[in-house]
Design a binder for this molecule. Structure first.
Ligand code: 5GP
Ligand code: ZN
Length: 114
């Protein structure tokens, strides 16, 4: 059993505001939001990063994206817009080694990114 932080959130060993959970994915509020709405969409299996995924994970990756879309609707930001971010590796400042999709919205963002 993984002692990773996000795995503990999935197992509810660490408190978090989970907004959705099924057999494949968990969606919860980021503890340090970078936007009025900031959700994290993660696979229930411990996969360290997007780069660590394989051919067999393609359906799961689709579930993460579709979960993000549904969560944006539930959070009321589907019409105003939102941004999805996946940080992969040190240059992108991936801090938690458990694959996660950031869903950011609820306010006008800067453009371009970076
Ligand atoms: P990364 O930099 O790895 O892409 O993003 C990790 C995210 O996890 C950050 O936005 C950070 O605020 C969030 N985070 C870190 N620890 C916790 C925690 O214990 N609970 C929750 N809900 N979010 C966390
Ligand atoms: Zn994990």
């Amino acid at each position: 059993m993984s002692d990773c932080l996000f795995c503990k959130i999935i197992r509810k060993e660490i408190p978090s505001e989970i907004v959705y959970q099924d057999d494949f994915i968990t969606i919860f509020k980021d503890i340090n939001p970078a936007a009025p709405v900031h959700l994290l969409v993660i696979p229930n299996d411990h996969i360290t990063s997007l780069q660590a995924t394989g051919e067999e994970d393609q359906l799961l990756l689709g579930k993460l994206f579709f979960g993000a879309k549904k969560a944006a609707e539930q959070a009321g930001i589907a019409e105003t817009g939102y941004r999805l971010i996946v940080n992969n590796g040190p240059d992108a400042h991936q801090e938690i080694p458990h694959l996660h999709l950031h869903v950011l919205g609820g306010g006008k963002m800067q453009h371009p990114m970076g």
